[in-house]
Design a protein around this ligand. Structure first.
Ligand SMILES: [Fe+2]
Ligand SMILES: [Fe+2]
Length: 191
C-alpha cells in the first residue's frame, strides 16, 4: 500500500496532488513538526509524518468543489460548513488520503479530519497534527514559540490553549471584518 512507500515517493505524490509550492512546503513542515512531537511523546512517528504530509490535500479546492465533492461522498454538511466550505477540507482530505494514497489507518485519518477545528475528544496523534499545523515555524503570531514549548511538555494542554487562542483570534478577526464591511468568514485563515 502507498502508505508504506518511502518518504521520497510519498512526497513526490503529494507534490503532484498539491499543485502549489507554498502549500506543499507547509505540508512538509507540518510533517516534520508532527514527527518531532511524536518522537518526543512516544507516539508512532511514521503515522505522524504521514498525517502531516496528507492533512491539506483538499486545502486549495474552491468552496464549490469542496461542497460538491463532499456531497458526492455522502458527507453530512452542517450550516457552518455550508457557510464556510473551507472547513470541509479536513474531512475531504481524509477521504482523499484513502482514495489516492491507500491510507486506511483510523488514527491517521482521524488526525487529518480533526486538524482544522479540533474536537472535544482528541487522541495524542490528533493533538500532534493539530499542533504541528498551528505551530509550524512559518506561522507568525506572538505566542507560537511558547505554545511549541508547551506542546513538547503537554499535548492536551497545548492543544486546548491553541484552540482557545485560535477562537479569540477568529472572533476578533470577524469583528474587524464586520466593522469594515469586508466579512469573509473563516475562509481566509482556516488551516
Ligand atoms: Fe488544513
Ligand atoms: Fe495545514
Amino acid at each position: 500500500m502507498i502508505a508504506s512507500l518511502r518518504f521520497s515517493s510519498l512526497a513526490r505524490k503529494v507534490r503532484e496532488q498539491i499543485d502549489q509550492e507554498h502549500r506543499y512546503a507547509h505540508s512538509v513542515r507540518v510533517a516534520r513538526c508532527a514527527e518531532n512531537l511524536a518522537r518526543h511523546h512516544g507516539v508512532d512517528p511514521a503515522k505522524a509524518r504521514l498525517a502531516g504530509m496528507l492533512h491539506d490535500l483538499a486545502r486549495l479546492y474552491s468552496g464549490e468543489r469542496l461542497l460538491n465533492e463532499s456531497r458526492a461522498r455522502g458527507f453530512e454538511i452542517s450550516d457552518r460548513e455550508r457557510e464556510h466550505p473551507v472547513l470541509l477540507h479536513a474531512r475531504l482530505g481524509a477521504a482523499l488520503a484513502t482514495e489516492l494514497f491507500g491510507v486506511e489507518d483510523r488514527d491517521v485519518l482521524s488526525a487529518i479530519e480533526k486538524h482544522t477545528t479540533g474536537a472535544d475528544r482528541m487522541s495524542p496523534l490528533d493533538c500532534i497534527i493539530y499542533l504541528a499545523d498551528s505551530l509550524e515555524p512559518h506561522r507568525k503570531f506572538p505566542e507560537r514559540a511558547a505554545l511549541w514549548e508547551y506542546a513538547m511538555r503537554d499535548l492536551t494542554g497545548a492543544t486546548r490553549e491553541t484552540m482557545r487562542l485560535s477562537a479569540i483570534h477568529q472572533s476578533k478577526k470577524l469583528a474587524r471584518e464586520k466593522a469594515r464591511g469586508t466579512f469573509g468568514g473563516v475562509s481566509q485563515s482556516a488551516s
